[in-house]
Design a binder for this molecule. Structure first.
Ligand SMILES: *Cc1c(COP(=O)(O)O)cnc(C)c1O
Length: 457
């Protein structure tokens, strides 16, 4: 039953609606700007700078855990979600909101539909948060629930899907060849709740046809979720190609400086799902924030949000540079006698090159651009691989990705150690594989480090 609001609360609601309309008009104007302009400014403008930040040019950090209310009416309206409020920083925080808005605007750039964002404590918490409501049981008792995912996903995601989701009765069906649309079609049935893929995947650089898989999902009344951590919105925006939700480990490429763990969710408004309640589908990211996220608590700190925001401002510049450097390093490794093969989407012989060229394009420029992630296999034994790896002098040995500093990993003993030999085989991770993420150094110096380490074999 509709509850009648007291005049005091009513006044707060009216004032909030007025401010909300002003803000919506301002945001609509921002949506028309170019990518770099949105990245630099987000939704923080001159008016807000003077209203809340004493004219500060840069978005302020709000470290406060909670918000004070003018009176009981405002408190009741705020905590009842009748007016926008940040009330308590586990639910909402102004600095985190600047980041959420900027990320949402960048991910929905060039997309007709609008989108909302939600930032979380880590990439894994973002993925867990997005998939769980989709896997809720509709009936009591035994019910078959499955979801379909590309097999080439981040090691943590593989575990979350294969172990944690199975524990709660949802079965993952992995697609071993996600670039083949028929391979997806074969796994989907009436109990499938969503489709999931990484584009491109870490570390195998698996690709899939986002538009075709989104179409397949929608024909079945279910959403497509894409992890676009490696691509970032500077190279690809899955919403534009029909995906419903994008997830990010902001820890990685977006947070290239390597200062904090963080995750991001961007969901288009009115996502497709025949399993979610109507109120959840309308604005999934905001619904997640107000309900499951609030109850579970994986929030991002204001300090982290501030640093991620700062990284977003120069995102396109960095991705362009990392990509050019990675191409130079890939060309060097390709002709080296101690390297068995080089896997980089930018190389013409890569079996996903054509598909990647279609999707990975520098924003507002259109040039196919392939990012900073590559891998190569050492010609030799796992022991030779370790000898090479241990000899690196400037390239850091770290399970990390997308850094301003070049980093290398042996996936078989790090990111993909948990899933065992069988799981690694399914995901295509041999023990001689080296994952390399080329950063912002001059490529000649990265090549020199690789060259001296390869001489140790
Ligand atoms: C690292 C990573 C994740 C997990 O993110 P965290 O921030 O480490 O929790 C998810 N997806 C991809 C592609 C990743 O590389």
């Amino acid at each position: 039953m509709e509850q009648k609001l007291s005049p005091g609360i009513q006044r707060y609601v009216e004032k909030a609606n007025e401010l909300g309309a002003r803000r919506a008009a301002f945001r609509a104007g921002i949506r028309k700007l170019k990518f770099d302009t949105i990245a630099v400014h987000g939704t923080y403008g001159v008016e807000e700078a003077f209203a809340s930040g004493q004219g500060g040019v840069i978005e302020p950090i709000f470290p406060s855990t909670s918000q004070a209310y003018r009176d009981s009416d405002e408190m009741e309206a705020g905590l009842g979600y009748l007016i926008p409020t940040w009330c308590y920083s586990r639910i909402h925080n102004p600095t985190v909101f600047y980041l959420e808005e900027t990320l949402a605007l960048l991910e929905s750039y060039g997309c007709e539909d609008d989108a909302s964002g939600l930032c979380t404590s880590s990439g894994m918490s973002a993925i867990k948060l997005v998939v769980e409501p989709l896997l809720a049981k509709k009936r009591e008792g035994h019910e078959e629930i499955n979801f379909v995912s590309a097999a080439q996903v981040y090691g943590g995601t593989f575990q979350l899907f294969n172990v944690r989701m199975r524990e709660r009765g949802a079965k993952v069906r992995f697609v071993a060849e996600p670039w083949d649309i028929e391979a997806w079609r074969a796994q989907v049935d009436e109990n499938t709740r969503f489709l999931y893929g990484e584009m491109p995947s870490n570390p195998q650089q698996g690709c899939f046809d986002v538009a075709a898989v989104a179409q397949l999902a929608h024909n079945d009344g279910i959403p497509l979720i894409v992890d676009a951590t490696v691509a970032t919105p500077a190279l690809m925006r899955p919403l534009e190609h029909g995906a419903d939700v994008v997830v990010h480990s902001l820890t990685k490429t977006v947070g290239a400086g390597g200062f904090s763990i963080g995750g991001g969710i961007v969901a288009r408004h009115a996502i497709t799902s025949r399993h979610l309640p109507e109120e959840a589908k309308a604005d999934y990211a905001t619904w997640l924030k107000l309900w499951p996220f609030r109850d579970a608590g994986p929030c991002m700190s204001a300090n982290s949000a501030f640093l991620f925001l700062n990284e977003l401002r120069t995102l396109r510049l960095k991705i362009e540079k990392f990509s050019a450097n990675t191409m130079a390093v890939a060309r060097f490794l390709e002709q080296h006698p101690k390297v068995e093969c080089v896997d980089y989407l930018g190389l013409a012989h890569h079996r996903q090159h054509e598909l990647a060229s279609r999707y990975l394009r520098l924003v507002d420029d259109g040039t196919p651009t392939f990012g900073h992630l590559m891998s190569f296999d050492i010609k030799g034994s796992p022991a030779d691989t370790r000898r090479f790896f241990d000899a690196l002098q400037r390239i850091y040995r770290a399970t990390d990705l997308g850094r301003i500093k070049s980093v290398a990993t042996l996936p078989a003993i790090s990111t993909h150690s948990q899933q065992g030999e069988e799981g690694r085989k399914l995901a295509g991770i041999p023990p001689t594989m080296v994952r390399l993420c080329v950063g912002g150094e001059h490529p000649d110096d990265v090549i020199a480090d690789l060259e001296q380490a390869l001489r140790q074999i």
